[in-house]
Design a protein around this ligand. Structure first.
Ligand code: CMX
Length: 438
């Protein structure tokens, strides 16, 4: 398989670099940790290692060193498509190189070959109460695929540590292949007739997803799906979904367990669920004012939200200090394709008004929009109006990055993750000691 061959070829060099750091330079200090960071959710503590992506607070995400515009321009595209192959992005995340069109198509072909969700997964989903949240269904489906794990099987048979990554990669290929079908099935089960159109082997990941969802404008939606999955794929390792996946994976739980843990984190309203919350908020505004409001009305509505003790979804970020380039890429797409759409106009006005409101409130360190501020607006335009489904879409995309990280974590023998905790009294004692003259 192409990704296995490529990773295999790179491994000796990466292992050497990692070994050298651990063996020869383990005492070199990287940063210090202060009390505020320990009490405050570990912000900015530099303690995770990944080469798949990096978030610069003043610039945003780079996938393998490349910005979003660079990635979208460089990756190969299906014939007649505006957006690149998702398989090409997966290749870039896994291998660190821009694939040729043929290489991206090989990944896409692997996915088609491996996209066989067992019948018991569908039966289990059908048996769940109709009102179950789509994220719960998604997580249950991932866990019910666990029996497929090659990694778990080989681990229990006995395998050498430096071979872990091979069945891990197999699992990650199978999981990412099947997730689009799982997501589309959940959508059809919950909101449509429960039937699932067949995967077409001649179509790529984005086009097959559009087909399986049964949206009206399949050609354009396929492009949006490609863009969406690419943008949501990775955001370095410290965000909740990536970190939870990595943490659970470090116990040598297989990717099905690890990824489902990540998806439990994505289902929180401060993380991925913000995309459903954000569209809900925009629609509340729209309903209340009978259309796109005036700037003054919107300003007041935003303040009412804050005064009621709620956050404004889609705004703020734990790392970023500028508008999220994933927001910008989606806003550009919307303005290029349907600039007159009321919700796009509203989302644009929110972008104009809400940062000022948050600045006035003076709490959020970053008053700018994040990825969730606009993603639902685009889905809504193409007919996906059931916004409690949106976090599942985020999950399908996020799988691409966290699986790349999972494979490399096993390939480089990253150990069990186990930070150290302190008690409040210990922190107080440290503070007291620091106050005393040296
Ligand atoms: N609306 C209202 N208050 C906000 C806010 C927002 N959009 N963003 C931050 N704040 C508040 C925080 O709640 C915090 O208040 P307290 O001091 O009362 O606890 C204060 O500002 C400081 O927070 P911060 O250091 O700027 O932000 P954090 O790193 O703690 O949190 C995030 C980051 C994203 C959870 C926060 O900005 C937020 O709640 N945003 C809205 C939800 C959202 O859009 N989440 C999606 C993020 C992207 C993703 O993961 O998908």
């Amino acid at each position: 398989m192409i990704l296995q061959d490529k990773i295999q070829a790179q491994l000796p060099e990466w292992r050497e670099r990692t070994k050298k750091l651990a063996k020869e330079h383990s005492e070199v200090k990287v940063a210090e940790v202060n009390v505020g960071q320990i009490v405050g959710g570990m912000r900015d503590i530099k303690s995770l290692l990944t080469d798949v992506s990096f978030v610069d607070p003043a610039e945003g995400i780079r996938f393998r060193g490349m910005s979003i515009p660079e990635v979208l321009a460089a990756l190969p595209k299906p014939e007649g498509a505006e957006m690149p192959y998702v398989g090409g992005l997966f290749y870039l995340l896994m291998v660190g190189e821009i694939p040729t069109k043929a290489e991206a198509e090989e990944v896409e072909a692997e996915w088609v070959k491996r996209n066989h969700v067992p019948a018991h997964v569908f039966d289990m989903l059908r048996a769940m109460p109709k009102e179950t949240h789509p994220m719960t269904l998604f997580i249950l489906a991932i866990q019910s695929l666990e029996g497929q794990s090659e990694f778990a099987r080989k681990y229990h048979e006995g395998m050498k540590k430096d071979e872990y990554w091979i069945p891990a990669l197999e699992d990650c290929m199978n999981l990412t292949a099947e997730l689009s079908t799982v997501a589309a099935f959940i959508y059809n089960l919950k909101y449509k007739d429960g039937k699932l159109p067949e995967v077409d082997p001649t179509l790529d990941y984005g086009a097959n997803f559009a087909k399986m969802l049964g949206v009206e404008n399949q050609k354009e939606y396929a492009d949006l799906a490609r863009l969406y999955f690419i943008l949501h794929s990775d955001h370095e390792s410290g965000n909740v979904s990536a970190h939870a996946t990595h943490l659970v994976g470090s116990s040598l739980a297989d990717i099905y367990y690890a990824f489902s843990a990540g998806m439990c984190g994505l289902a929180g309203p401060l993380h991925g669920l913000a995309n459903q919350e954000c569209l809900g908020w925009l629609l509340d505004v729209y309903k209340k004012f009978g259309g796109v409001p005036t700037r003054e009305d919107l300003y007041k509505f935003a303040w009412d939200t804050l005064d009621s003790g709620k956050v404004i979804p889609g705004y703020g970020h734990a790392v970023l200090r500028v508008p999220d380039p994933r927001f910008t890429a989606q806003m550009d797409y919307a303005k290029a394709h349907f600039p007159q759409d009321d919700l796009v106009r509203l989302a644009d006005m929110v972008f104009d008004v809400v940062p000022a409101v948050l600045r006035e409130q003076g709490k959020a360190k970053n008053p700018a929009p994040n990825v969730d501020a606009i993603s639902g607006t685009l889905q809504y335009y193409y007919g996906l109006r059931e916004f409690d489904f949106y976090t599942v879409l985020f999950g399908v995309g996020r799988a691409l990055g966290v699986t790349a990280n999972y494979v490399w974590a096993r390939a480089l023998g990253q150990p069990l993750e186990r930070p150290k905790s302190l008690t409040t009294k210990m922190l107080e004692d440290i503070v007291e000691k620091a106050k005393q003259p040296a």
